[in-house]
Design a protein around this ligand. Structure first.
Ligand code: GLC
Length: 741
């Protein structure tokens, strides 16, 4: 084995250990779990499967004297969510490990989605960096901060594939592609959990929402999902499987039904797929009150029936509706509960608590002396700024208006989000304080050279018609060489329960942009949003578009870094921008259909009133330099089922600035036993190139990379011809062919 491979495997080894920790617990731990199960009462067993939110008033009451404090003492609670702070969790953990009969420690879970004290870009933004190492680093910092803040479990990563931007939770995931989504899922699990689950700063991760939550009909949150098993297995499940293979300790079951069976009561999902096929041996927590909601779904006529259905399906821990710890005790005492299923769920929960070292050190995250120095580390903010820079996608840059000169006579910074701070953190922002980061306006003011006048006006609010007063903004634009207009959504317009039936710029923002464009001053549009927006008019009339998503604490500085060229944008879209809402769902890896579009032929698959193409496609993003692809070549025109194919391409930076290019490898399976997408992402590499530099970028394609669920619903690659595409987006690049024999 050569040195490079040795070094690589040495680097990889810790992750392999961590990924296997749950699978390879010592026999001693399994024996300790056996002995606990033998002496636990049914109340204590179902207590381990009960997760609640704190119900005492932490201002006036001490948990010790609270009703829940007593439940902990009696072993009736296994985990809290939303209880944060080393001091608060220490008090409750003490009751569990010093006053209860069996002294089983508690898990403390919280939504640490994109940062704890240091808020990073939302996951959709981070996925546009196509930089798994960066994503892993942000998750690692989130873990360091959260575990210093009393928490040992996060309800992240959210790995739901989303193809419908009306759905607000598209903000929380990694976009529309299973391959990129899988890479980002692995990176976040590694980042959160670290190389050893027993480390004090290891944060137990939770891949959610299992499964197909992003497939909600009409993009309406919590709505019905109904896809074929093949689509579920080839599109929606891969990121969950990747998280399991990366060693994730828990999953969260989803609210939605799939084809008539609610995920939270689906034995197929949580037992057949998750345990029997994937051999997952962590545990599954339900989403918030999702067990009780089985009654709304109409598959249970009582709380008890809902609890029995979920437990028998393999859903282990009941989040907040307390069915397991109440109704199911009576069911058990009436001899009607499957105690084997109870024991199996309790075993999984105890296994995870042992695996993260809680029995050895239950107070590992309850040390108040750790928090302060960890929370405000400068390097965390520096990472946040770099992550924000790499998450920005340059969608338009007419006549190279960007980057702006730092010495201008006058620049107008306009729009309702230009001087905003807190909205930039987006949904699930964690515990950020408004004061500790810079707005775009402040950052522009500090970036420009003296003598450059910066004029600011909001012009309107983000939502609603009130406060619409464009005259000052228009006046400032007229006086300026350029107008930077910062518009978009409020943080609460994406995330959970935030579906939008109209994804234009909300309120009077579009009118404001139009009024400013009419002045003739070039407009640089800076978008702050949690989803793709329908901005076809804006795209036609402004000079440049900077897609800045919700970038967290690094927002203002990162946007100014890009606007003035101190950072060369390299982000690429992880999700398609539709031209109009009527195209949705629109995504790059679509099927060809029996009548693929031909403009000249009416009877082919197209609209009367809009093109089939998106406004901006998956994988697209501009740079301040340009890149040229050449000399695409394969190691062989054909490979057998046990051979690998090397794909190589030359990439040249043909511009005047250094820059990063995300080189993307797509494949099309030209003929299969079932229909296959016109393109599928199978690899990518973010490559730094100096001005004028040429590099060869290589990929290895293995037959298993070409596998899909065939006509027998078996995952396998099939012999035949394949087309290979390599380029800077899902719609361009060089192509060639090979045959799999
Ligand atoms: C919410 C969300 C889920 C979150 C959980 C706990 O309803 O669906 O993503 O982790 O409840 O806050």
């Amino acid at each position: 084995m050569n040195k490079e491979v040795l070094i690589f495997s040495a680097m990889l080894l810790p992750w392999l250990v961590s990924a296997q920790q749950l699978r390879s617990l010592s026999p001693d731990i399994e024996r300790r779990i056996d002995s606990l199960l033998q002496i636990m009462t049914i109340e204590e067993k179902l207590g381990q499967l009960n997760q609640v939110g704190p119900r005492w008033n932490s201002e006036t009451e001490e948990p010790e004297r609270s009703y829940q404090g007593d439940l902990v003492r009696r072993g009736r609670i296994g985990s809290f969510l939303y209880l944060v702070g080393a001091e608060a969790t220490r008090k409750v953990q003490r009751i569990a490990v010093e006053e209860s009969r069996l002294k089983i420690p508690l898990l403390f879970g919280h939504d640490v989605i994109h940062g704890f004290k240091t808020t990073f870009p939302i996951p959709l933004a981070l996925s546009c960096s196509w930089n798994p190492e960066l994503v892993e680093s942000t998750a690692r910092v989130a873990a360091v901060e959260a575990t210093a803040g009393g928490i040992n479990w996060t309800f992240a990563p959210m790995v739901d594939i989303a193809r419908d931007p009306r759905w607000g939770r598209i903000a929380e995931g990694a976009g529309e592609d299973p391959y990129l989504g899988s890479v980002m899922a692995e990176a976040q699990v590694r980042g959160f959990q670290g190389t050893d689950l027993r480390q004090r700063d290891a944060l137990l991760a939770c891949a959610k929402h299992f499964a197909v939550y992003g497939g909600a009909e009409s993009g309406r949150d919590y709505n019905t999902v109904d896809f074929s098993e093949r689509t579920i297995r080839d599109v929606y499940l891969p990121p969950f499987k990747a998280a399991v293979e990366a060693g994730v300790g828990t999953l969260m079951s989803a609210f939605n039904e799939i084809g008539g069976v609610p995920s939270t009561g689906s034995k197929w999902l949580m037992t057949d797929v998750l345990r029997e096929e994937w051999k997952f041996n962590g545990f599954v927590v339900s989403d918030y009150a999702a067990v009780e909601q089985l009654m709304n779904h109409g598959v249970a006529s009582s709380r008890e029936e809902a609890g029995v259905l979920a437990l028998n399906a393999g859903m282990d821990m009941d989040m907040v509706d307390t069915i397991y710890t109440n109704e199911l005790i009576a069911t058990a005492k009436a001899g009607k509960l499957n105690i084997k299923a109870v024991d199996e769920s309790v075993r999984r929960v105890l296994r995870v608590k042992f695996a993260i070292g809680l029995f050895d050190d239950p107070y590992r995250n309850c040390d108040t002396t750790i928090a302060a120095p960890v929370f405000m580390k400068k390097e965390h903010h520096a990472l946040a700024r770099r992550a924000a820079q790499e998450s920005i996608v340059l969608l338009k840059n007419e006549k190279g208006i960007l980057p702006l000169a730092k010495k201008l006579k006058t620049i107008a910074v306009l729009g309702p989000l230009a001087d905003n701070r807190i909205e930039w953190c987006g949904p699930w922002a964690g515990r950020v304080e408004e004061g500790n980061f810079t707005s775009v306006l402040d950052a522009v003011r500090s970036k420009v050279e003296s003598g450059t006048e910066v004029l600011f006006d909001k012009g309107c609010e983000v939502i609603g018609d009130s406060g619409y007063n464009p005259s000052l903004a228009v006046g400032f634009a007229k006086q300026s060489q350029v107008a930077v207009v910062v518009v978009g959504e409020n943080a609460n317009m994406s995330g959970e329960a935030a579906s939008r039936s109209n994804i234009d710029l909300p309120g009077k923002q579009k009118d404001l942009v139009k009024a400013i464009c009419e002045t003739g001053t070039p407009v640089v549009l800076v978008l702050m949003n949690g989803r793709p927006l329908t901005i076809a008019w804006e795209a036609e009339h402004v000079a440049a578009i900077v897609e800045a998503w919700f970038l967290g604490v690094g927002s203002g500085n990162a946007v100014a870094d890009v606007l003035f060229g101190d950072s060369n944008p390299s982000g690429k879209l992880s999700v398609t921008f539709p031209r109009i809402i009527g195209q949705i769902p629109i995504y790059y890896n679509h099927k060809n259909t029996g009548r693929p579009i031909r403009e000249a032929d009416k009877f082919t698959s197209k609209y009367l009133d809009v093109s089939n193409t998106p406004l901006y496609p998956f994988g697209f993003g501009l740079s301040y330099t340009t890149f040229e692809y050449s000399n695409l070549r394969l190691s062989s025109p054909e490979i057998s089922m046990n051979q690998e194919l090397m794909v190589r391409v030359d990439v040249t930076n043909t511009g005047k600035r250094d820059g990063d290019e995300i080189v993307q490898l797509y494949v099309r399976d030209n003929v299969g036993s079932v229909t296959r997408p016109v393109r599928e992402l199978k690899g990518f590499e973010k490559t730094g190139l100096k001005a004028g530099e040429k590099k060869t970028v290589g990929f290895t394609l293995r037959p298993e990379d070409l596998a899909f669920h065939n006509i027998e619903m078996k995952q396998a690659a099939e012999p035949g011809k394949f087309t290979v595409y390599v380029g800077g987006s899902s719609v361009d690049g060089l192509e060639t062919e090979f045959e799999l024999k």
